[in-house]
Design a protein around this ligand. Sequence first.
Ligand SMILES: NC(=O)c1ccc[n+]([C@@H]2O[C@H](COP(=O)([O-])OP(=O)(O)OC[C@H]3O[C@@H](n4cnc5c(N)ncnc54)[C@H](OP(=O)(O)O)[C@@H]3O)[C@@H](O)[C@H]2O)c1
Length: 329
Amino acid sequence: MRVVRFHELGGPEVLRLEEAEPGLPGSGEVRVRIAVIGLNRAEANFRLGRYIEQAKELPSSLGYEAAGVVEELGDGVTGFAVGDRVSILPTFSMNDYTVYAEQAVVPAAALVKLDEEVDFETGAAVWMAYLTAYGALVDIAGLGKGDTVLIPAASSSVGLAAIQIANQLGAVPIATTRTAAKKAALEQAGAAAVVATDEQDLVTEVLRLTDGKGATVVFDPVAGPGINELALLTARGGTLFVYGSLSGQPTPFPRAAVGRGIALRGYVVFEITAHPVRHAKGVEFVLAGLRDGWLKPAVDRTFPLERIVEAHAHLDANRHVGKVLVTVG
Ligand SMILES: NC(=O)c1ccc[n+]([C@@H]2O[C@H](COP(=O)([O-])OP(=O)(O)OC[C@H]3O[C@@H](n4cnc5c(N)ncnc54)[C@H](OP(=O)(O)O)[C@@H]3O)[C@@H](O)[C@H]2O)c1
């Protein structure tokens, strides 16, 4: 089979397509023939050595999220059969399992069966984005009618998922993007308002949009010095989630968090996926959204596996709106 590996840390060009023997599924594991891979910023950061965990050894493969067909079951696996159409969810460490390959051995616990009407593209695009947004907005913050959620870097796959979930819950999503280039796309995606932060004053705009109160929940993947403004824009007693570090800069503790009594909280989707009951509720939320039709992952572009370097370069260029996918086979 073909597998993507990197032998050194670095830019997209370190990714190589290599031949390898497909693995045999061990106890509790399943081998899946991959149809579509969903790319995430996490993998770009893992490749760079800037993720929340480092590759323990090189060469390393990578990848969290994919969809395909069950090919072989390991001992003790129940609830799945050869030929089942499945999604692979990001519930493991990339030092233990990876999915950038034609075949991948993963834990059975990472699989969810796909209904016939859900295509592999959707099956590979939906989980990281929607489970991440669900965990913060629904499971932890209990967002509801009348709440406002401020979503920085809203053109990311997680940001777009947060917009759809907020609308579904009756909350008001305010999106940010750096330039006006993605403004129309974000409005079309359901943002009640979009602030282009390089061109507009974020604090003035959000205070105007929220009658001076700020947002009940702020869901931020950027961090860095901008956290001071976000704290000023979090409603008194509200929650400011930090779930990424796109800025790459140190993040000060914002003084406004004290005066406004806000909860400043780090967040990672594994809080949800590692907890069986919360995970099951999140999976059901996403499956119900797919069935009811309100949950639709936005796909920006699809590349074939042999163009994986280009696919990662596209991700790094930040011109995308939504998910970047890779088709296999
Ligand atoms: N904690 C978790 O469990 C979890 C789970 C999933 C993802 N994440 C994190 O969430 C973030 C988004 O992930 P993703 O895969 O959905 O991202 P993505 O699709 O790669 O989107 C990134 C978007 O963020 C904006 N951006 C990039 N660099 C920025 C910067 N320095 N300052 C402000 N905005 C910037 C850009 O939008 P504009 O060009 O429109 O500004 C870009 O299109 C990443 O940091 C990722 O690591 C965390």
